[in-house]
Design a protein around this ligand. Structure first.
Ligand SMILES: [Zn+2]
Length: 276
């Protein structure tokens, strides 16, 4: 009986050490693989490593706080690589009439993450209210995004996938709009579209323990941050003071989106398709 207990203890310690070794290995290799993934998604044909300065990324979100709640690892890693990262937030988060305050919170959060105010656009349109029950017009969202892509010559657009991470209708509407512009050929040739993978509830809330799964499962782009990046993501979250309810602290502690983001490519249809 004692021997079985000792064996079980050894097994647990062994599994724990294997996990630590795997995590260490992931952090060690991540910088290299991130550059390779960026090169692949941007379809860069030269043999040199894609340096971050080649990346002109547009992050499209629905509400102030989406940027740090869901996309912090990506923003932090791209900024570290000297990429030019812009944010298009399609509402000012006015659900509780706190729009002005939330606008400022967004600017503060982005400053922490490394996006200057000059690269942030916050849309305040009566047809795009912060409201899970509101159905955003796909054509309005699409045209807003397309105009922005063309005005700034972005070569990468990042947004939600069809499940919107939290399932919020406004997140899902953005994904539908991006799929629409992808399928109607309105995206410039050199621009790739990426959607943030929504994971199930268990994977979502096991924090850094989820890292090996995200690393090993196939994705087009995987952005991981370590303890220093996590501290920055947390500081950005704390900028959204109006949102700091008790469950937000649980989110900061347990959500894997505070450590890792994985993306899939949104396929694009034929270019310059005219819709009659
Ligand atoms: Zn949101």
């Amino acid at each position: 009986m004692v021997a079985v207990k000792i064996m079980s203890l050894y097994l647990v310690v062994f599994i724990f050490l294997c996990y630590l070794a795997l995590t260490k290995c992931i952090f060690y290799r991540h910088g290299q693989t991130l550059r390779k993934s960026l090169k692949l998604v941007l379809n860069v044909s030269s043999s040199r490593d894609t340096d971050g300065a080649d990346v002109r990324a547009l992050l499209v979100t629905a509400h102030p706080d989406d940027e740090c709640m869901f996309f912090a690892p990506t923003i932090i890693r791209l900024v570290e690589l000297n990429a030019s990262v812009h944010l298009l937030c399609l509402s000012e988060g006015n659900y509780y009439n706190q729009g002005d305050q939330r606008r400022q919170e967004l600017l503060n959060s982005c400053a922490v993450l490394g996006i200057p105010a000059s690269r942030i656009t916050i849309v305040d349109h009566k047809k795009l209210p912060d409201d899970p029950k509101a159905e955003w017009s796909i054509s309005l969202v699409s045209s807003t995004i397309v105009k922005h892509i063309r005005a700034h010559s972005f070569n990468m657009v990042l947004t939600f996938d069809g499940r919107g991470v939290s399932g919020h209708a406004n997140h899902v509407a953005i994904h539908k709009a991006v799929r629409h512009i992808a399928s109607t050929g309105q995206v410039p040739d050199d621009c790739c579209l990426l959607s943030l993978v929504t994971v199930g509830l268990l994977r979502k809330y096991i924090s850094i323990l989820e890292l090996p799964l995200s690393w090993l499962l196939p994705s087009c782009l995987c952005c991981i941050i370590g303890s220093q990046g996590y501290r920055r993501a947390k500081a950005a979250m704390l900028c959204h003071r109006t949102q700091l309810l008790w469950f937000r602290y649980l989110y900061i502690t347990f959500s894997r989106y505070m450590f890792v983001n994985t993306f899939q490519i949104i396929p694009q249809g034929p270019k310059n398709l005219k819709i009659y």
